[in-house]
Design a protein around this ligand. Structure first.
Ligand SMILES: NC(=O)c1ccc[n+]([C@@H]2O[C@H](COP(=O)([O-])OP(=O)(O)OC[C@H]3O[C@@H](n4cnc5c(N)ncnc54)[C@H](O)[C@@H]3O)[C@@H](O)[C@H]2O)c1
Length: 277
């Protein structure tokens, strides 16, 4: 095996589906052993069973809001694989772009508390549970960020604020944990995943993938410069491998790589400047 992550050990929160699962599978293909953490043990065990090398994938049931469970998950990962090189902080939920004007004050409060507890506190608690092991290996943290870490309208105010908060968290931890632990992010654009909504808005049963399936064929192309960019999470995993690898990105910390079809270079007049090409 000669991958970019040969012999690495990673812990991926939200590793049972979506981009977390895709990253876990890619890390295994690159030579790593991976603990996948989530709330749904059955889903996690299916990822293990589907792996071409199930001995290098380990399912851990935990809620990212539970600090003790995260500490136990790190301890179990080290007991199973001997160390921890990479934390991929990734588990999250979306607000389905629920606008401020469509929330009353009570909904706003409960949804904020739930979504920030998962998306922001969950990243912080995972980092807290992991940093001691990461110092030992001179490892790193890779956070799943979003186009919503930089731009509006990728969520409602609560999701957008949460992903901006994660960007700040990534930068602050990159400073605090340097020089021994690097901290970076991958700011993903739209992917066809099982991303769910908050229980506070009774949206836990909604799945983002369904809205991709409902998209009519005659709809204009997505408003991103790379109209034909893939939405398959597996096509978003390369930057995670790059940032996890000491050999490939040893001097990089405090940075977010945007993998979003070029939203950041979009002009005001049209989504793409090259439609006439
Ligand atoms: N899908 C997109 O278009 C998109 C775009 C940008 C960023 N993201 C981000 O990607 C990350 C992963 O989401 P996804 O799109 O792969 O969706 P997903 O629902 O497939 O994956 C999220 C995973 O996190 C788990 N999870 C949720 N709450 C949890 C909790 N409290 N404790 C433990 N596990 C929990 C879920 O069970 C699921 O397995 C999120 O942080 C999301 O904000 C997604």
């Amino acid at each position: 095996m000669t991958g970019w992550l040969d012999g690495y050990v990673a812990l991926v929160t939200g590793g049972g589906s979506g981009i977390g699962r895709a990253v876990a599978e890619r890390f295994v293909a690159e030579g790593a052993s991976v603990a996948i953490l989530g709330r749904n043990l059955e889903q996690l065990e299916k990822v293990v069973a589907d792996s071409p090398d199930p001995d290098r994938v380990f399912a851990v049931r935990a809620d990212v809001r539970d600090a003790d469970a995260l500490h136990a998950a790190v301890a179990d990962t080290v007991a199973r694989f001997g160390k921890l090189d990479t934390l991929v902080a990734n588990a999250g939920i979306w607000d389905y772009k629920r606008a401020l004007t469509r929330l009353d004050a009570a909904e706003l409060s409960t949804t904020f508390d739930e979504l920030f507890a998962v998306n922001v506190r969950g990243y912080l608690l995972a980092a807290e549970a992991s940093w001691r092991e990461l110092v030992k290996t001179r490892g790193s943290i890779v956070m799943t960020l979003s186009n919503a870490s930089f731009y509006v309208n990728g969520g409602g105010p609560i999701y957008t604020a949460s992903k901006h908060a994660c960007l700040g968290l990534m930068r602050e931890l990159a400073f605090e944990l340097a020089p021994k632990v690097r901290v970076n992010g991958v700011a993903c654009g739209g992917m066809k995943t099982d991303l769910r909504g908050p229980e506070s808005l009774e949206m836990q049963g909604r799945s983002l993938a369904a809205s991709f399936d409902k998209r009519p064929d005659d709809l204009p192309p997505p408003p991103i410069p790379l109209h034909d960019s893939s939405t398959d999470p597996r096509d978003f995993t390369g930057s995670y491998v790059l940032l996890a690898s000491r050999a490939q990105s040893g001097p990089i910390t405090g940075q977010a790589i945007s993998v979003d079809g070029g939203i950041g270079v979009r002009g005001f007049g049209s989504a793409a400047g090259g439609d006439h090409l």
